[in-house]
Design a protein around this ligand. Structure first.
Ligand SMILES: Cc1cc2nc3c(=O)[nH]c(=O)nc-3n(C[C@H](O)[C@H](O)[C@H](O)COP(=O)(O)O)c2cc1C
Length: 272
């Protein structure tokens, strides 16, 4: 009995001791709050989506050259003309001699659109493409085009939404060099030349890795005919050229290593 009374007495805590204990442990509340805040903030940092690193330096000159702001927007293509498709088909002819006259940006724009312009919202173009692969690229060598510095450009048609712009590749006079390298009279006076290239790997990818080069060449053929018809409708002259040394062209014109040059198309105002 005495023992149990002693035990119950020992369990009672003296209020002054309890007060002191709480006083000594006052650091617990801020410490717990700090730990909760730390756990939440580190969680937020670890789980947040990756952000782009801040650019502290200006981009290198090569990249600067191809910034979208430096692209040349092309005049909107005309969808009407006074020519029937039948009359254009009837009159279409290869023309290799050009007047010593500049082309307008509007004429060049219309030719580029005829080659690869986007015509529907799913990305379909003026020319058909096997499995909608679009393996072709169109480069423009501008020798004498009003409003364009002489040089090489790439036509940017867009992906789904039409962009219809020219991306500058390099500003350099190529007319004389091309004429001398290829010895083709049509390059002598042509104010502009289109270079149609094809990416065979891109087409092979569409066929599960099996090469389908034929489809790329056929697609370029479709583009060639569209160009002939557009040129005829605009009273321009042109020739599709395949008889060239590809290595010589690649020495002068900047073409991706993945691409094969299929057609060179000098065009301008015809002499006859
Ligand atoms: C696939 C193909 C390749 C051609 N290659 C050349 C060429 O290398 N040089 C050239 O002067 N003409 C070339 N031409 C143009 C043809 O010589 C021309 O189409 C032919 O003389 C018929 O004349 P037409 O187009 O006025 O009907 C080529 C045409 C095609 C379809």
């Amino acid at each position: 009995m005495k023992k149990s009374a002693q035990k119950s007495h020992s369990k009672k805590i003296d209020p002054t001791i309890r007060k002191k204990w709480f006083k000594d442990k006052r650091w617990i509340v801020p410490a717990l709050t700090a730990s909760v805040v730390l756990v939440f903030t580190s969680g937020a940092v670890l789980l947040r989506p990756p952000t782009q690193p801040k650019q502290t330096q200006s981009p290198p000159t090569e990249t600067k050259k191809i910034l979208p702001t430096e692209y040349t927007p092309l005049p909107t293509p005309d969808l009407r003309s006074g020519n029937s498709i039948e009359a254009v088909l009837k009159n279409r002819r290869t023309r290799r001699d050009f007047l010593d006259k500049d082309l307008s940006l509007k004429q060049v724009s219309q030719m580029l659109w005829a080659a690869q312009g986007i015509t529907v919202d799913w990305g379909g173009r003026t020319a058909p493409s096997a499995k909608s692969t679009y393996p072709l690229s169109v480069f423009l060598i501008a020798n004498r085009v009003a409003g364009l510095e002489a040089g090489e450009y790439q036509y940017i048609s867009g992906d789904r939404t039409p962009i219809h712009q020219l991306k500058p590749i390099k500003h350099v006079e190529l007319q004389k060099a091309l004429y001398e390298a290829l010895n083709e009279s049509s390059f002598k006076n042509a104010p502009a030349v289109l270079v149609i290239t094809g990416n065979m790997d891109k087409m092979a990818e569409s066929y599960g890795g099996i090469p389908h080069d034929k489809e790329v060449y056929l697609e370029a053929g479709h583009v060639g005919q569209s160009l002939y018809l557009q040129a005829e409708s605009l009273k321009l002259g042109m020739v599709t050229i395949t008889g060239f040394n590809e290595a010589k062209v690649k020495d002068l014109v900047t073409i991706p290593a993945t691409d094969t040059i299929i057609y060179l198309v000098p065009f301008g105002i015809p002499k006859q």
